[in-house]
Design a protein around this ligand. Structure first.
Ligand code: EPU
Length: 351
């Protein structure tokens, strides 16, 4: 295990923001993870687990403790245990997520094709129950292998134990900081049909006579994401972000009524479509755009993506403080106009 000191974190994030890590280590195996945890314990350092860095905002002052990047790789395929109609994939937490999606699609296994083009590593996917275009990883995760910092044991958590809900799990709520994810087991459907529920995808394939296959669905998703600035594309300033900066608020019936009334008073109607309605969600991007923050808003280093109002982007040289100032401005105005408090999605590191 090689320990580094004062490593800049900005280049390890998609936002490209953040100061240095006092100590930094990349763990390529379970035993290196254990060694790194022991090092942080002995030196009394606070530990931050880094995956692909795609959903993080790191403080300008960086991280005063140890940053542990989990770099366990490998994709192993085996038959389903109890359900023979599934194939299991054991995927190292450090694998690049999109590499796994591509692998699954090439193997003609359905279940994650709509999650193409999402940046980051496999280990991060259960944490925030990654989802897009009608799929969520909670639908296909079979189990998660973790290192339990409480007792130093490695254990296998079944999907029910992970407590998944919209952009949440035990890993980012009740048991935050307790587990280090080492490997994720996905149960996919060999020969399965692609999931084409989401309106954007249906529009993309409109007029087609044959049903798209998994590979075409994957390409379609990447295409749609690129159009929204949600695919990391070198040279596209709109993709220097942490993806959606805010969650879509989940409203009660009373809150939803109140929102509709506020919208009607302004001659607007709140967009409604199945993917949101199913979960009583409302589009945060719509709320932001109707609070005076158009796509492309902002003048300094930090602004909104010109392709999607939900992404705050680093236009070059932005600091975490500038991002947070824009966040506060948006949250304040949305709350004032719509009575809704937007929750942020990225993990805040050292903030
Ligand atoms: N909209 C706007 N302005 C915009 C963009 C969208 O008003 O600039 C409205 C439109 O009414 C649009 C609706 O918002 O129809 C939904 O937009 P979109 O389909 O882009 O989805 P989203 O709800 O904004 C969510 C996820 C994304 C995921 C997409 C596609 C969250 C917070 N975000 O965005 O996930 O890719 O659906 O499924 O749930 C992420 O979490 O980082 C992320 C990119």
């Amino acid at each position: 295990m090689q320990m580094f000191e004062n490593i800049p974190l900005a280049p390890l994030t998609t936002f490209g923001i953040g100061g240095p890590a006092r100590f930094f280590v990349e763990a390529k195996s379970r035993s290196e993870v254990e060694e790194a945890v022991a090092f942080s314990g002995n030196k009394n350092l606070s530990l931050f687990i880094l995956g692909g860095g795609s959903n993080l905002l790191v403080a300008d002052s960086g991280w005063a403790g140890l940053v542990l990047k989990v770099a366990i790789t490998g994709i192993d395929q085996r038959p389903g245990r109890n359900d023979e109609s599934k194939v299991l994939f054991d995927v190292g937490a450090g694998e690049i997520w999109d590499r796994f999606v591509s692998h699954a699609v090439v193997a003609k296994c359905a279940g994650v094709e709509c999650l193409s083009g999402i940046p980051g590593s496999v280990g991060g996917t259960p944490v925030q129950n990654v989802g897009a275009y009608g799929q969520e990883v909670s639908e296909t995760i079979e189990s998660v292998e973790v290192f339990d910092r409480r007792d130093g044991q490695v254990r296998e958590l079944c999907k029910e134990a992970c407590g998944f809900s919209y952009r949440a799990s035990i890993f980012n709520t009740t048991e935050r900081d307790r587990f280090i994810i080492l490997r994720v087991t996905y149960a996919l459907t060999p020969g399965g049909e692609p999931h084409l529920e989401y309106a954007d995808l249906q529009r993309h394939f409109e007029g087609r006579e044959t049903r798209p296959n998994l590979a075409e669905t994957r390409e379609a998703v990447r295409h749609i994401r690129a159009r929204k600035g949600m695919l990391i594309t070198p040279g596209d300033p709109d993709s220097q972000s942490a993806g959606s900066f805010f969650k879509n608020p989940v409203l009660s019936v009373a809150q939803h009524d109140d929102l509709r009334k506020r919208a009607a008073a302004r001659g607007l109607s709140v967009p409604a479509y199945p993917a949101l309605e199913k979960n009583k969600k409302v589009s945060a991007a719509w709320l932001i755009e109707h609070s005076g923050f158009a796509r492309g808003y902002g003048f300094g280093h930090a602004g909104l993506s010109s392709k999607h109002a939900l992404a705050i982007v680093n236009r070059g040289g932005a600091t975490a403080s500038e991002i947070l100032a824009l966040r506060d401005q948006i949250r304040h105005r949305v709350e004032e106009l719509w009575g809704i408090s937007l929750q942020t999605e990225p993990v805040m590191v050292g903030l």
